[in-house]
Ligand binder design. Structure first.
Ligand SMILES: [Zn+2]
Length: 69
């Protein structure tokens, strides 16, 4: 026997786009930095002279399908 459950949701409030835009830009920049360090930061494109960043994100690099070795 099915029972009907009344669920009340609060009224949705719209968030103005100009309030979201700076946070969306920040998340976009952080995502690009993350993808760079996980996928491209190696060899000639390396920003850091050591291999610590590459080794730290090495498994994520393979998981994401970036060429490595
Ligand atoms: Zn590798």
């Amino acid at each position: 026997m099915a029972h009907a459950i009344a669920v009340s949701f609060p009224e949705s409030s719209s968030i103005p786009i100009r309030d979201i835009l700076p946070w969306a830009a920040l998340v976009g920049v952080l995502a690009v930095i993350l993808v760079y360090f996980a996928g491209v930061e190696q060899g000639a494109l390396s920003l850091l002279s050591n291999q610590y960043v590459h080794e730290f994100v090495h498994e994520a690099r393979h998981l994401a399908g970036f060429p490595c070795h």
